[in-house]
Design a binder for this molecule. Structure first.
Ligand code: MN
Length: 235
């Protein structure tokens, strides 16, 4: 009885102490926590801006449901964990190193999709590759057309869901593809420059099984060579 009483008293004391000494801190932490949630970054154009290659309907589902879903799931998974409050890239890398598949998949998909939307621009608004990028492209592939063909080939040959990437590594350009949520940002020294999403959700509403035709038009008509050149400059 005395023991139980003591326990309760101690519990009450602890609760009281917590309320008295940590309430302002807890309040601040709560506000901070809300601000540290990973956000769904805004599209850099209107939902119908990529049509007819990618319809507003596809963007509506792809961005509004798939991409937004990854962000929401990620925030649920990381709340109260060591990942909470980290920049998105750090969450991707830490979850990869930890073998935390759920956090990795949702964090990487969040990052990959933001990168994808910003790889694209409305047709005619993508600009041209910089002289420095053209030089690197020619050194690696022979020509810009050969670079586009290599990326398209990687995108078409990716079995199942995944991504095809143009990357810079050690100043040299290369094409790689990754399955599912895998992303080159987990590899030290690799800078992604462009990406094509070849999950079926990226093209099935508009192109059904014609992945090759979709990929060719995404690369040929929607790539933002300005954005890609800016990423290359930052290497
Ligand atoms: Mn996607």
């Amino acid at each position: 009885m005395g023991g139980k009483m003591g326990k309760l008293t101690r519990k009450e004391f602890v609760a009281g102490a917590m309320a008295a000494f940590t309430a302002p801190a807890a309040f601040a932490a709560k506000g901070e926590k809300a601000m540290k949630e990973i956000e769904l970054e805004k599209l850099p154009y209107a939902e119908d801006a990529l049509a007819p290659v990618i319809s507003a309907n596809t963007v509506s589902f792809h961005y509004g449901k798939h991409h937004a879903g990854y962000v929401k799931t990620l925030n649920g998974l990381i709340a109260g964990t060591k990942y909470e409050g980290l920049p998105l890239v750090e969450i991707v890398r830490a979850a990869s190193a930890d073998g935390n598949a759920a956090v990795f998949n949702n964090a990487a998909q969040t990052w990959n999709h933001t990168f994808y939307w910003n790889t694209l621009a409305p047709e005619g608004k993508g600009g041209a590759p910089s002289a420095a990028l053209v030089q690197a492209v020619e050194a690696a592939f022979g020509s810009l057309e050969a670079c586009k063909a290599a990326l398209a080939d990687a995108a078409v040959k990716r079995f199942g869901s995944g991504w095809a990437w143009l990357i810079a590594e050690g100043g040299k350009l290369a094409v790689v593809s990754t399955p599912n949520a895998e992303t080159p940002i987990v590899r030290p020294g690799v800078t992604p420059l462009a990406v094509v999403d070849v999950w079926e959700h990226a093209y099935y509403l508009d192109w059904q099984n014609r992945r090759a035709d979709h990929v060719k038009d995404v690369i040929g008509r929607l790539f933002s060579w300005k954005a890609i050149s800016d990423r290359f400059t930052a290497v």
